[in-house]
Design a protein around this ligand. Structure first.
Ligand SMILES: [Zn+2]
Length: 186
């Protein structure tokens, strides 16, 4: 599985700025057993839901778990976890196997979390080593001028990383001209 281009950013804050997800499927608040009873809830704390989302930039799929902690004084906390999955089937299997906290504890793949309250937002991620040696190699090639820069001359290093990740992930919607130049090297 290719990691989402999101994880090619330098920091979770940069990644959040570049997030462009679309909703694929809603899974609701609970997972039901075949007899119709609730097996477990698909969130932690007081309320929430899960859904499948897709990165518009590279096509990576994420099981998104939204959880809410309700406070009597109105100072609620919200948690949005994005667990990257390889397929729709993997998301369904995780829904069946794990309730809210179970999923948080068991998931070992790449993930991104936004925790927010009235006063602050905290962004964290778990980023397995990116396909990485390869990404670094390409960056080096770019810096040393071995790779034709073309349209990419003005890009910052962060943008460049995203671009390379997108191309590696097979996203052909990135600037077509640059893509065809780069694809030869990638
Ligand atoms: Zn992506």
């Amino acid at each position: 599985m290719d990691y989402c281009c999101l994880f090619a950013n330098q920091t979770p804050a940069e990644a959040e700025k570049h997030m462009a997800f679309e909703l694929i499927e809603e899974y609701g608040r609970a997972f039901y057993a075949t007899d119709g009873t609730i097996k477990h809830y698909l969130f932690t704390r007081d309320d929430g839901y899960r859904e499948l989302q897709r990165c518009r930039r590279c096509g990576a799929l994420f099981l998104h778990q939204h959880s809410e902690h309700h406070s009597p004084n109105g100072a609620n906390n919200y948690y949005d976890d994005y667990f990257q999955v390889a397929s729709h089937e993997e998301a369904l299997a995780l829904n069946e196997d794990y309730g809210g906290f179970g999923l948080e504890k068991s998931f070992t793949g790449p993930s991104f979390r936004r925790a927010h309250s009235k006063s602050e937002t905290t962004l964290t991620w778990y980023r397995p080593p990116l396909a990485d040696a390869r990404l670094e190699q390409l960056i080096q090639k770019y810096r040393s001028g071995e790779m034709r820069k073309g349209d990419l001359k003005g890009l910052s290093e962060d943008q460049l990383r995203i671009f390379i990740k997108s191309v590696v992930a097979g996203n052909t919607t990135v600037k077509a001209a640059a893509y065809s130049t780069w694809k030869k090297d990638i």
